[in-house]
Design a protein around this ligand. Structure first.
Ligand SMILES: [Ca+2]
Length: 314
């Protein structure tokens, strides 16, 4: 039995690593990639999703999704982190395949109707596609096996603002809808993703096993690692999006806590993910709206990075 996954993504250097990880994992059936703006414009995200799967020789459907946040005015994509092309600025051919005729949200709705109770949605970009899928068909909450979101920061600070993680900050209104919906959900945020570091030696070994795709991963890693060294003093990079994949396949590496997640949509704390633990009572129900989320609060970062290498060099 394989695990069917739809991967909602804005590739993106760490997205590219996670897509490679999914394609290399025999336990995973990659039903499709759905794309969103975020690290890059959505057209670039779609092009990269098509290209990365083609480089691995895999014919995986790609459906294009959200171009803008639901409400707020977007900031330009962070070209200094991921490159203008999302892959550290390299000249790559255009993909030969085209995206699906349906948009990302409809693709998600359709696939979960075809296979009720089977599909895990792993979302590692801003959450507009999942929010729109909820709007198209609210009963989707009963048809997904689980939603795993890379985003947010619960006990730690943000990475784009003092409070907010990038995916949530990029579309806080979408995040609010998605993170309060009553579907089985896991939040994999900066509390855990900052514990794993993919260092240059490990990346080199991975790249050497990944053929043409490996060259793209190596180049984008080098660009991304320069940002990490300058900004955080880390030798390597945090493979944020791969941590969401790790949660699906290696949950024993994580420690979780249960809580309600409230997303702040305005003001200086815009994009903050406030967790109200189910372990205590509150003065009123402001903090306990919506579904209960499994929130990752700890991860064995060394074991996670070692597992990534194991999968990508097998
Ligand atoms: Ca991402």
């Amino acid at each position: 039995m394989t695990i069917p996954i739809i991967f909602d993504t804005d590739p993106g250097v760490d997205d590219a690593q996670a897509i490679s990880l999914l394609m290399a994992s025999p336990e995973i059936e990659l039903v499709g990639l759905t794309t969103t703006f975020g690290n890059v414009y959505v057209e670039t995200a779609t092009r990269n999703a098509l290209l990365l799967t083609e480089l691995a020789g895999q014919d995986i459907p790609v459906a294009q999704g959200a171009a803008y946040p639901l409400v707020k005015t977007p900031f330009p994509p962070p070209a200094w982190i991921h490159g203008a092309d999302g892959l550290g600025n390299q000249s790559l051919p255009d993909p030969t395949r085209k995206p699906e005729a349906v948009c990302a949200a409809q693709f998600i709705v359709d696939k979960t109707r075809e296979r009720p109770g089977e599909i895990t949605l792993v979302a590692v970009g801003p959450l507009g596609n999942l929010a729109t899928a909820l709007q198209l068909d609210p009963t989707i909450v009963d048809r997904v096996k689980r939603v795993v979101v890379m985003g947010g920061a619960v006990h730690t600070g943000g990475n784009v603002t003092p409070a907010a993680e990038a995916n949530i900050f990029s579309d806080p209104h979408a995040a609010k809808r998605v993170l309060s919906a009553a579907w089985p959900m896991t939040l994999v945020g900066l509390d855990v993703t900052h514990k794993a570091v993919l260092d240059p030696a490990r990346m080199k070994r991975i790249a050497s096993h990944q053929g043409e795709l490996g060259k793209v991963l190596q180049h984008s890693f080098d660009f991304y690692a320069d940002f990490y060294e300058g900004a955080l003093g880390i030798d390597g990079c945090c493979p944020h999006d791969s941590c969401a994949v790790a949660w699906v396949l290696k949950p024993e590496l994580f420690k979780t806590a249960k809580g309600h997640i409230h997303v702040v949509t305005e003001g200086p704390a815009e994009g903050l993910t406030l967790m109200a633990s189910t372990d205590r009572d509150y003065l009123d129900d402001r903090w306990t709206q919506g579904g209960i989320v499994d929130v990752c609060v700890d991860m064995d970062g060394d074991a996670m990075a070692a597992w990534m290498e194991e999968v990508l060099t097998a």
